[in-house]
Design a protein around this ligand. Structure first.
Ligand SMILES: [Zn+2]
Length: 352
């Protein structure tokens, strides 16, 4: 294993950042390669601790000569966001200087080759440099995992629709509960930047069967626990074994994915009609019938008609909910995977 530190300058004098990269060299020329990064949204730490739990397993595999494909790991992909504390709160989702989501506006290359990266614009800000760096590190790998988390939720994946159902084995290996399939434009999320170059090649030159690209949502922001880190590390390890990056026949045993897989237009975003306090009646992971009470909003406390119930617009599966307990009119507070297409499907391909 080789460790390198990528350094890049900030937007003001005297400020620079460091990105740690671990590389395992594979022993086989034909085995697929893998790239794994965590905490692109800098406050989303379940993936960071999962990588910390994964590394000893990879070191052991390396010592036994079982790393077959090259593996590149960036355990904390966003040192810029990591440093953005505002009044004591970490703002790791948007770059403060440009107000741009750290998981949007990645360069989309026309082929899976680092040389296809155009030169940075003269006025490029530090977040632009970071995104170029991450695309440069990840492009060309057969397997790309971008580890995130939701607010409160079950473990689930975003997967490009072109890679489904071929990626069922990966969802099963990782033990996730649900898979959201997306197609089209995501605003150039990292996941889109990872699949886009392959989609530009003719299918016979770049068959999609061997490709794995996913945004992994490891539950909620506060689900940072040793037991989850170990479970998630085992899930990633099983995926790598299943796809032949690591030699481990036991871990590579086929498994069946039994969770919910749905196109993104089946996701119902349950929003608040009025501001107030949120009383949730359902937790992520629960199935609900049409008309089930999902939450009550207390908008005028003390009044007999001071609250309003939010009902399930159709039968479905509760994927996530927000962790805050107060909100404004229009705030989305629950993601429900419906059994049918939503009457109001959300715009855009990725929520993360
Ligand atoms: Zn995220």
């Amino acid at each position: 294993m080789k460790k390198t530190i990528e350094k890049f300058a900030g937007d003001t004098e005297g400020v620079s950042y460091e990105l740690t990269v671990f590389r395992f060299k594979g022993t086989s020329k034909t085995a697929p390669s893998a790239y794994i990064q965590a905490a692109l949204h800098a406050g989303e730490l379940p993936g960071v601790v999962a990588i910390h739990a994964l590394m000893p397993k990879l070191r052991a595999a390396e010592a036994e000569g079982r790393i077959l494909g090259d593996i590149t790991i960036v355990p904390a992909a966003n040192p810029v966001g990591r440093a953005q504390y505002v009044f004591g709160e970490l703002e790791g989702r948007f770059h403060l200087g440009t107000r741009t989501n750290f998981n949007r506006d990645f360069p989309l290359l026309d082929r899976p080759d680092k040389a296809a990266l155009p030169p940075p614009p003269r006025n490029a800000t530090v977040d632009v440099h970071l995104k170029r760096l991450l695309v440069g590190l990840s492009v060309g790998h057969d397997i790309v995992l971008d580890l995130h988390c939701d607010d409160e939720g079950v473990p689930y994946l975003y997967v490009p629709a072109q890679l489904w159902p071929a990626m069922q084995d990966c969802a099963a290996a990782m033990g996730v509960e649900a898979v959201i399939l997306w197609e089209g434009e995501s605003g150039a999320a990292f996941e889109e930047a990872a699949i886009h170059p392959w989609l530009q090649l003719p299918a016979e030159k770049a068959p999609l069967e061997g490709r794995v690209v996913t945004t992994v949502e490891f539950r909620g922001l506060a689900d940072v626990y040793d037991r989850y880190a170990r479970t998630d590390a085992e899930g990633i390890y099983r995926l790598l074994a299943t796809r032949g990056v690591i030699g481990d026949a036991k871990a590579a045993r086929p498994r069946k994915f039994s969770g919910v897989a749905a196109p993104i237009d089946r996701v119902e975003l349950i929003s608040m009609p009025r501001a107030g306090a949120i009383l949730f009646h359902v937790e992520p992971g629960r199935s609900v019938r049409k008309g089930a009470r999902l939450a009550t909003i207390v908008h005028t406390p003390g009044e007999p008609d001071g609250s309003i119930d939010l009902l399930a617009p159709q039968a479905g599966y509760v994927l996530t909910r927000v962790s805050k307990r107060s909100g404004r009119a229009g705030d989305d507070i629950i993601k429900l995977i419906g059994e049918a297409r939503s009457a109001r499907p959300k715009a855009g391909a990725l929520e993360d």
